[in-house]
Design a binder for this molecule. Structure first.
Ligand code: NAD
Ligand code: MG
Length: 367
């Protein structure tokens, strides 16, 4: 990790010649210093959605030099729009504008926009530049970093995509001021996840600063985002295509995906489901003798402080969880692979949970 120029905070994702910076701080969006260096040529397309455009599109444009050919594409909002059809709209707009291989896409929005614009960039003319400008906390700490791009298929979420790294990630913490509180909490779940998997000191700091974070204190947010991105960048640099350690980022996600899938996507926010999923993973770790009761209680308390749900959906039976979890992408062969905790701050991949232990956890977990 290195500091550069005079950005409040800059990290580097170390991926050889595909390395890129993450700039974090308030007031970055309208400031031309932070976008211009990452444009491949004069052709720029800002991809955003109907919710984000009225809030931040003008500010984003103001951060671009005057002598560019700038186009904008405003897509509808929502996870349901994360489809190949939307990506085709991006390609259509690029072709209609006559954009060539030296164009740059700017993804201005949450993870849905980032995933789609990134995938459009990965494929357009076999790959063009793109810059992530994430505007949700979840996108700032998770989806904008690491190069996973893609769309949903009617048969499954994120089933079509590519690894395609951005030229830069520009995180303006001011954008969080307009984020609905539920979305902020969902992002905090992923922030807590980084502490739980890899950094006990960060977890303790989050415990102390949760009030400041929920109150949108800029210094606290910058620090939380910076540490989260640093941890994700470290993991991605070690394992770009998820052959090993990157799997730890899925803490809480196998349980969480089961909740999302059972409830119908959109009813529970992803981060909410992951939060409850992490509490389930902690409970299972306790049953395996790895965590103490008070450590599980600590996990519960920090999720509660982040205003995340602490109980599974009332209508989800043990078999509902098991049926969906068995289909999880992370299972190699037929063994159920789970990310569990050896301690708060130390996660591991485990594929030897006795089925009866898992079933007991699921049966006794609060609804
Ligand atoms: P999202 O993109 O749907 O954004 C959530 C809501 O907030 C949307 O309604 C959006 O329009 C709105 N919004 C965005 N910025 C705002 C702002 N500043 N003020 C007010 N409203 C704002 O959801 P998300 O949680 O950002 O991302 C979820 C998506 O990210 C999922 O599709 C998920 O699969 C994907 N994801 C990808 C990765 C990855 O590695 N690529 C990782 C995690 C999640
Ligand atoms: Mg996630």
């Amino acid at each position: 990790m290195s500091d550069s120029q005079d950005a409040p905070h800059t990290l580097q994702v170390a991926l050889g010649e595909r390395s890129y910076p993450i700039h974090i701080g308030p007031g970055l969006l309208g400031d031309p210093r932070w976008l211009a260096p990452y444009l491949a040529g004069r052709q720029v397309m800002i991809v955003t959605n109907e919710t984000v455009a009225p809030l931040y599109l003008e500010r984003c444009r103001a951060g671009l030099p005057d002598d560019l050919e700038v186009r904008e594409l405003v897509l509808p909002d929502g996870e349901a729009t994360k489809t190949l059809a939307s990506v085709e709209r991006i390609w259509d707009a690029l072709l209609a504008a006559g954009f060539n291989r030296r164009c740059t896409l700017i993804a201005l929005g949450g993870g849905v926009i980032g995933d789609m614009a990134g995938f459009a960039a990965a494929c357009y003319q076999r790959g063009v530049a793109f810059v992530q400008v994430p505007t949700t906390l979840l996108a700032q700490v998770d989806s904008s970093v690491g190069g996973k791009t893609g769309v949903n298929h009617p048969r499954g979420k994120n089933m079509v995509g590519a690894f395609w790294q951005p030229r830069a990630v520009l995180i303006d913490t001011d954008t969080l001021a307009t984020l609905p509180p539920r979305e902020l909490s969902a992002g905090l779940a992923e922030v807590i996840k980084y502490g739980l998997i890899r950094d006990a000191d960060f977890l303790a700091w989050l415990d102390a600063e949760m009030g400041a974070l929920r109150g949108l204190d800029a210094a606290a947010l910058t620090r939380a985002i910076e540490r989260s991105c640093a941890l994700k960048a470290e993991i991605v640099a070690e394992d770009e295509t998820e052959q090993g350690v990157r799997a730890l980022l899925n803490l809480g996600h196998t349980f969480g995906h089961a909740i999302e899938a059972h409830q119908g996507y959109g009813h529970w926010l992803h981060g909410e489901a992951v939060g409850t999923g992490m509490l389930m993973a902690a409970g299972l770790s306790q049953r395996l003798g790895w965590l103490t009761e008070s450590e599980v209680e600590r996990v519960r308390a920090i999720l509660e402080a982040a205003a995340l749900p602490l109980a599974a959906p009332a209508d989800m039976a043990v078999e509902d969880f098991l049926d969906i979890m068995r289909l999880d992408k992370k299972n190699l062969d037929s063994r159920l692979r789970l990310i569990l905790l050896r301690a708060p701050g130390d996660a591991c991949v485990h594929d030897e949970t006795p089925p009866e232990t898992l079933a007991a956890l699921l049966a006794e977990f609060p609804r």
